[in-house]
Design a binder for this molecule. Structure first.
Ligand code: FES
Length: 160
């Protein structure tokens, strides 16, 4: 399979800097996922081959990290934290609000393929609870009104 030139550049650069080939697995998976949208069987097989790992090794790593997925998901992956600090500050309410607003449940994707929703454990933003992460962006001190504005902005964004 063929990745972009940018992917290939990053991949060869990483191989020079990490102590073992296996060490580049997670960043390689993230770059591949950013490019393809998810980690398909073909991607897994390609990366396993390049890093001299078995496909099972690669799948085991994918299953450990919640940010890696083997299933297609929306362009914007909305991860709402409902772990303790966020739960105490209304994280559950934010998650339920997103469910209603997007019309999908945990790990669901909207019909237009724009949003996926996930309820997640701590994302390391406890001091600004309740918090959510959309792709690589953090959104903190959320209220239902603020969450609506966040979703609207993504919906209107040029990449949306
Ligand atoms: S508990 Fe939600 S960010 Fe830590």
């Amino acid at each position: 399979m063929r990745f972009s030139d940018q992917f290939e550049q990053r991949f060869s650069e990483m191989l020079k800097h990490y102590p073992t080939q296996r060490s580049v697995l997670v960043p390689t998976l993230l770059y591949a996922q950013d490019e393809i949208g998810y980690l398909s069987d073909e991607v897994i097989s390609e990366i396993a081959g390049r890093l001299e790992l078995t496909e099972l090794d690669v799948r085991n790593v994918i299953s450990y990290y919640s940010m890696l997925t083997t299933k297609p998901r929306g362009k914007f992956n909305v991860q709402v934290c409902t772990n303790i600090a966020c739960m105490l500050c209304g994280g559950e309410e934010i998650f339920q609000h997103c469910r209603q607003r997007l019309g999908v449940g945990h790990k669901g994707t909207t019909h237009d393929g724009l949003f996926s929703l996930e309820e997640v454990e701590c994302i390391g933003a406890c001091s600004w609870a309740p918090a959510a992460q959309v792709n690589y962006d953090f959104h903190e001190n959320l209220t239902t009104e603020k969450m609506d504005r966040v979703l609207d902005e993504y919906r209107r964004s040029p990449t949306g």
